[in-house]
Design a protein around this ligand. Structure first.
Ligand code: C2E
Ligand code: CA
Ligand code: CA
Ligand code: CA
Length: 277
């Protein structure tokens, strides 16, 4: 038994080592992918209750040369823990600005593009300046962009996020609170934030098949309305969910039912097909 134990420990060490090596490798590869501008961006449409395009959410995509597509839930945390998230965020911003201009030139009316910002980016005092530089370089204004910040990033009391949000908003960027309902926000705190949009987390939309879930969703929609915010439902996958949400005056829907995140060309095609009678 003793022998087997030692054997197992050795095997465990090896796999831990492998995991660490794989992690290290991935970090290096992400760094060079960023340097070579190899990340791309997918766009997911958000539509209003009347079916109009409300905005596009820009979502980072990375196809590794040998491992294939790496999910954002893997490479975003990796970027955050290796000091790469600032560069990644600006790369997404640059792509999104360029693609927004290109889509509008093709006659597709895109009111805004939404970009995700991580908590770490908000801690960078130069963030506002950097974002403004990219927006202006593309010939756009801050109001063409909406910046999504998770509820937990904003409400973390010892973060600089609220100041940064204030600064970004003062420059004219629209602000959205992402993954709403997963953190702990007080009404008072929410009221002081200059955010236009409240994005109900996908978990609440999934819960709409139970009376309890419906009560939660209704409460959050009421809260958003009382704060004068635009309520967006994330992760709408079924017609039943969409019907319920529209019946409860949720203004904007996002999810696979409406459209998956798509490369720019596919998004343009999606928009043209929708417009056609
Ligand atoms: P998120 O900001 O909450 O983005 C929405 C996620 O939900 C996206 O996952 C999207 O593909 C997925 N989704 C949309 N509709 C549906 C649906 O109907 N059903 C289901 N099951 N999922 C749906 P994705 O693209 O894998 O991104 C995951 C997360 O990675 C994002 O969550 C965001 O937190 C982060 N992320 C992605 N791109 C960026 C970026 O450029 N910067 C930062 N800081 N974070 C990013
Ligand atoms: Ca988001
Ligand atoms: Ca979200
Ligand atoms: Ca999320």
């Amino acid at each position: 038994a003793k022998r087997r134990g030692r054997h197992q420990a050795a095997a465990f060490d090896t796999s831990l080592d492998q995991a660490r090596q794989q992690d290290y490798r991935l970090r290096m590869d992400l760094r060079s992918a960023l340097a070579r501008d190899e990340l791309h961006v997918a766009y997911q449409p958000l539509v209003t209750a009347s079916g109009q395009l409300h905005s596009l959410e820009a979502l980072a995509r990375w196809t590794h040369p040998t491992l294939g597509p790496i999910p954002p839930d893997v490479f975003i945390p990796l970027a955050e823990s290796s000091g790469l998230i600032g560069a990644l965020g600006l790369s997404v911003m640059a792509h999104a600005c360029r693609d927004l201009v290109a889509l509008r030139r093709q006659g597709i009316a895109v009111p805004t593009v939404a970009i995700n910002l991580s908590a770490q980016q908000l801690a960078d005092p130069l963030l506002t300046q950097h974002l403004l530089t990219h927006v202006r370089a593309a010939g756009l204004t801050p109001a063409d962009l909406e910046l999504e910040i998770t509820e937990s990033a904003i409400m973390n009391t010892d973060s600089h996020a609220p100041d940064q949000v204030e600064r970004l908003s003062a420059e004219g960027f629209e602000m959205a609170i992402d993954d709403f309902g997963t953190g702990y926000s007080s009404f008072a705190r929410l009221q002081t934030l200059p955010a236009r949009t409240l994005k109900l987390d996908r978990s609440f939309i999934r819960g709409l098949d139970s009376p309890h879930g419906q009560l939660l969703a209704r409460t959050m929609l009421d809260l958003g309305r009382q704060l004068g915010m635009i309520c967006v439902a994330e992760g709408v996958e079924t017609q039943a969910q969409a019907q319920w949400l529209l019946g409860h005056r949720c203004e904007v829907l996002q999810g696979y039912l409406i459209g998956k995140p798509m490369p720019m060309a596919a998004l343009a095609q999606w928009a043209r097909e929708r417009r056609a009678p």
